[in-house]
Design a protein around this ligand. Structure first.
Ligand SMILES: *Cc1c(COP(=O)(O)O)cnc(C)c1O
Length: 402
């Protein structure tokens, strides 16, 4: 289709493709559809009362600042709080000037891409992995590293690094979600965490560690963030308030080596000058009043019950021969069908029956994964989850070869 202004478009925008996942979400935004597709938090978890109280106070007492531009780095008091919080809860040794507040981690990733990627640079991501085009729009070439139930297979990463080294090539960065990865729900095993840090030093690459679900941890204990193991400041650590507070406030933070953060802040000046000031005041007061801890505990109970419910429904309605994981946190269960089944076709039939999920294929940079699907238990009620799993289970059963 010829577009009216096609000849005026930049080369840059021609590189950008709409996120397959967001497109599916648009497609299925009909009210009658039960959707296990979106990775969106349940609005029932949004701290509405606390937000109302805090926003009223801000508009009474701090409106001159909260409605004004702020510094690009972000509200100093909130960055100070985050530095303390990261020390206390995650044993991450950072100061406030190593923290940049961003307009969601989506922006943090983009700024990391802007700061580090030249056209042709090689990067690694999980196979599968949620992966918005943050690095490819700057010309990165993506290598997929297989993910199993213990996260990215770091021994395979090591083999690739060695091979490339012998060909005088190198990996610039690895994008990884160690906790409850989107889409597989997998958690990176401890020995893999220490190993990737060691490899980063040995082969001189950066790690972009994305940890949006870290707080939604069902098991009580957490493995250390890569950032906490990082002695040579190779890790750019992305944390978001989207899943723990609400995505609509568009607020996240990124921590890293001071010069890298400084470069990212300069890049941010060109993009939006500063993140939403009102959101920053809201979040700061939310933390200062001690609501964050309570909110985290509430979310854990809420999503754990939903995970358990979906697991039971899967046991009940999915035929044998279909495999899935038991996530220790986050929003997702990842289903592996027999190789000959196509989750895309199953999705079409499911949508015709008013049920939706995300087929796994868009998460595989190598074009495989057609027999996988991502189910989110985050956003639907138990009744809806049961209904959806029953419908999907039936469709799979009809397509199974005896
Ligand atoms: C939800 C999510 C985020 C958070 O993105 P925001 O821009 O902060 O809303 C980051 N990474 C992954 C993999 C996610 O699923």
């Amino acid at each position: 289709m010829d577009e009216k202004f096609a000849e005026l478009y930049s080369e840059h925008i021609k590189q950008m493709k709409a996120s397959a996942i967001r497109e599916i979400c648009n497609l299925i935004a009909k009210p009658e559809i039960i959707s296990l597709a979106g990775g969106w938090p349940d609005p029932a978890t949004f701290p509405v009362e606390e937000a109302r109280e805090i926003l009223a106070d801000i508009l009474d007492h701090h409106w001159q600042y909260a409605l004004q531009y702020g510094t690009t780095e972000g509200l100093p008091a909130l960055r100070e709080f985050i530095a303390q919080w990261a020390k206390q809860h995650e044993h991450i040794d950072i100061t406030a000037d190593q923290i940049l507040l961003t307009t969601g981690s989506t922006q943090g990733m983009d700024l990391a891409g802007k700061t580090l990627i030249n056209p042709g640079d090689l990067i690694c991501v999980g196979l599968p992995s949620y992966f918005i085009g943050a690095f490819t729009i700057y010309g990165a070439q993506v290598i997929g590293i297989p993910v199993d139930e213990n996260g990215m297979q770091i021994d395979i990463l090591e083999t690739r690094l060695k091979e490339l080294h012998e060909q005088h090539q190198r990996i610039k960065l690895v994008y990884i979600q160690p906790n409850f990865q989107n889409p597989t729900g997998a958690t990176l095993a401890m020995e893999r965490r220490t190993k990737i840090i060691q490899l980063a030093d040995q082969y001189n690459f950066m790690i972009v560690e994305d940890n949006p679900y870290g707080d939604i941890n069902f098991e009580g204990h957490a493995l250390p963030a890569l950032k906490a193991l990082d002695r040579s400041e190779r890790v750019i650590y992305l944390r978001s308030f989207s899943k723990v507070f609400s995505p609509g406030i568009r607020l996240a933070w990124v921590a890293g080596e001071a010069h890298v953060i400084r470069k990212m802040a300069i890049a941010k000046q060109y993009v939006d000058a500063c993140s939403c000031t009102l959101s920053q005041y809201l979040m700061y007061e939310f933390c200062k009043r001690g609501y964050l801890e309570r909110q985290i505990q509430k979310n854990i109970l809420f999503y754990r019950a939903k995970r358990d419910f979906m697991l039971q429904a899967l046991e009940r309605y999915f035929p044998s021969g279909v495999r899935w994981n038991r996530p220790k946190g986050g929003f997702f269960i990842f289903v592996r069908l027999p190789e000959y089944l196509d989750a895309g076709e199953i999705l079409e039939e499911a949508v015709a029956n008013n049920v939706a999920f995300i087929s796994g294929a868009p998460f595989y940079v190598d074009g495989t994964g057609c027999n996988t699907m991502r189910l989110s238990y985050a956003q639907s009620s138990n009744t809806e989850i049961e209904q959806a799993i029953r419908v999907i289970g039936q469709i799979i059963r009809q397509r199974l070869k005896p």
